[in-house]
Design a protein around this ligand. Structure first.
Ligand code: FPP
Length: 247
């Protein structure tokens, strides 16, 4: 890509300037709707269109892993009609996604606690994972009912059970073991996390995995986010000098 023609630093994994793993906190749907005098759910509908467009674009330009934050463990606190509208949106999206991403060769995965959703949604999630499992393209992690603290608690419980049962000793507890007990087991940590809408918060997203992630905050509400904004975030990332605590 021309975008990465003017190399400045050897940045990402194996010196690549294109991040292997990008996380996106899809924020600003509510404000987008409010600005237009529309109900918040209209912002989510528009946000879902942006999500499809950006997902496809990331796959086309060679991103290997994309993780999007669609619904947090805390989002259940929202008014019932907004949560209901989001569940409806997830259902229609998941029904379409089974065929939608076929030609894009995208592997769909869900990270988070599926048990919080209706049986219908859980089955759709399983179906999406099942039918995309053997594809070889970009892995799309959709974080739904995801909270990073919850994810870490689950990992601690898994490990403590294994120590109790004698399968592991205390000395076996390493960073790699903890990573292997997270929803993202086997995947590289995100190189870049993008948060549109101008908020400077991590909001319980990939806390363990983002120890050395580069953050790019964009002053755009998610429904307004364009492929050119993605290019801009990647350009900013490519200029960063990643030191991982070294010099
Ligand atoms: C945060 O914006 C956004 C959400 C809680 C929902 C994100 C969901 C989508 C973009 C729908 C698409 C996802 C799938 C998987 C179909 P906000 O409502 O908190 O915005 P605000 O800060 O402006 O209020």
């Amino acid at each position: 890509m021309a975008l990465f023609g003017s190399k400045k630093t050897e940045n990402g994994p194996e010196g690549s300037l294109l991040p292997a793993h990008v996380g996106i906190i899809m924020d600003g749907n509510g404000r987008w709707a409010k600005k237009r005098g529309l109900p918040r759910k209209a912002g989510h509908v528009e946000g879902a269109k942006t999500f499809r467009k950006i997902t496809r674009y990331c796959s086309e330009i060679g991103i290997k892993y994309l993780t999007v934050y669609a619904f947090s463990t805390e989002n259940w606190k929202r008014p019932a009609d907004e949560v209901g509208a989001l569940m409806k949106l997830f259902k229609s999206y998941l029904e379409e996604a089974i065929t939608d991403f076929k030609d894009d060769d995208i592997v769909v995965r869900f990270i988070g606690d599926k048990s919080g959703f209706s049986r219908e949604l859980r089955e759709l999630m399983d179906e999406n994972e099942e039918c995309s499992r053997d594809r070889e393209g970009m892995v799309l992690n959709i974080a739904m009912n995801y909270g990073s603290r919850d994810e870490i608690i689950r990992a601690v419980k898994t490990i403590s059970r294994k120590v109790r049962d004698g399968e592991l000793s205390e000395d076996d507890i390493t960073e790699a073991l903890i990573s292997d007990c997270l929803y993202t087991a086997g995947q590289p940590d995100p190189d870049l996390i993008i948060r549109p809408s101008g908020e400077y918060r991590i909001s319980n997203f990939m806390l363990w995995q983002s120890a050395y992630t580069e953050f790019v905050i964009m002053n755009k509400l998610w429904p307004d986010f364009k492929t050119s904004d993605m290019d801009e975030a990647l350009r900013v990332y490519a200029q960063r000098n990643r030191r991982y605590g070294g010099v």
